[in-house]
Design a protein around this ligand. Structure first.
Ligand code: NDP
Length: 286
């Protein structure tokens, strides 16, 4: 069996087109949806990510501003700037690019963002809303994975999903979303005794570890859906995921490639969260 590909680029294009329509609808009502992205320091990967986030936004008609600050910026100044943006009715989404310089407490910084503008979905209020099944911003990566699962029409009810990784931004919210869709969910991590025994039972496997080739063909049940969140480099420096793609695609029913899978969907879901923030914002002056 050769797995069918879940094409993240194609799906992301569709999502961006939907967002662009919603942007036009808001503009027709006199609302200019706006995202502010904050980058502190010179981390090369963060510079690329933030540039992409602004470019993606502008492509859909969303206004986006990148604010750059030196790595030495005192944390108090960053918190003060976030509070200003919280109070600015013209700004609908605020995203602080992680990681932050070592002298800053990332948790304190994220908690300073108003939950109504937390388009990354990392605020404790957003995490709590997900936990109790209430509306709120969902972290973009697992949100994108759910959209990919939806796109192939898989009914998650009663399916066994195994999530490998338990980070606050990917693994845990992924597990919560799968649970919300009535899957039976197992969360694996570095302390899991027999990972293969778990993954072999999975109808859906989400690999979110950050280790190349950590999911191999012998660990996958025939026909399973395999979502590869990992972002690693192979020996030639080429981007690759956590999944041994060539091997696993011979066993799985569906598989996401890296690149061209979860990455573009993560970017697209930030736009979905931002337009949603703008749609829900009280009118200016209200
Ligand atoms: P973290 O490093 O925060 O979490 C990794 C998780 O993997 C941890 O929970 C860890 O367990 C677990 N783990 C480590 N080794 C093993 C193992 N041998 N077996 C089972 N579990 C293991 O990473 P993130 O969640 O932030 O990201 C995961 C990957 O996804 C990374 O490659 C990252 O670059 C990528 N990523 C991709 C995105 C995209 O848009 N495509 C977006 C975000 C992330 P423990 O908790 O016990 O330490």
């Amino acid at each position: 069996m050769t797995a069918q590909l879940i094409d993240g680029n194609a799906l992301a294009r569709q999502v961006r087109a939907e967002v662009a329509d919603r942007v036009q609808a808001l503009k027709a009502r006199g609302v200019e949806p706006r995202l502010t992205v904050i980058l502190v320091g010179e981390d090369p990967a963060s510079q690329v990510y933030t540039r992409n986030k602004v470019a993606d936004s502008e492509q859909t008609g969303l206004q986006a501003t990148l604010e750059r600050y030196p790595a030495e910026l005192p944390e108090a100044d960053l918190l003060a700037r976030i509070r200003q943006l919280n109070d600015d009715a013209g700004v609908h989404g605020i995203l602080v690019q992680l990681p932050l310089p070592r002298h800053m407490d990332a948790h304190r910084v994220i908690e300073t963002i108003a939950p109504a503008k937390d388009v990354d979905g990392f605020h404790v209020a957003s995490a709590g809303a997900l936990m109790v099944g209430q509306p709120g911003f969902r972290p973009c990566t697992p949100y994108g994975c759910m959209r990919m699962l939806e796109s192939i029409g898989v009914d998650l009810k009663g399916k066994h999903a195994v999530v490998i990784g338990r980070s606050n931004i990917v693994g845990k919210p992924m597990a919560m979303m799968l649970l919300g869709a009535n899957a039976t969910v197992t969360i694996c991590h570095s302390g899991t005794r027999d990972l293969k025994a778990q993954t072999l039972q999975a109808d859906v496997v989400v690999a979110a570890v950050g280790k190349r080739n950590m999911l191999t063909a012998d660990m996958v049940k025939p026909g399973a859906v395999v979502i590869d969140v990992g972002m690693n480099r192979d020996d030639a420096g080429k981007l690759c995921g956590d999944v041994d793609f060539d091997g696993v695609r011979e066993v799985a029913g569906w598989i996401t490639p890296v690149p061209g899978g979860v990455g573009p969907m993560t970017r697209a879901m930030l736009l979905v969260n931002t337009i949603e923030a703008a749609e829900k914002a009280p009118p200016r002056g209200a």
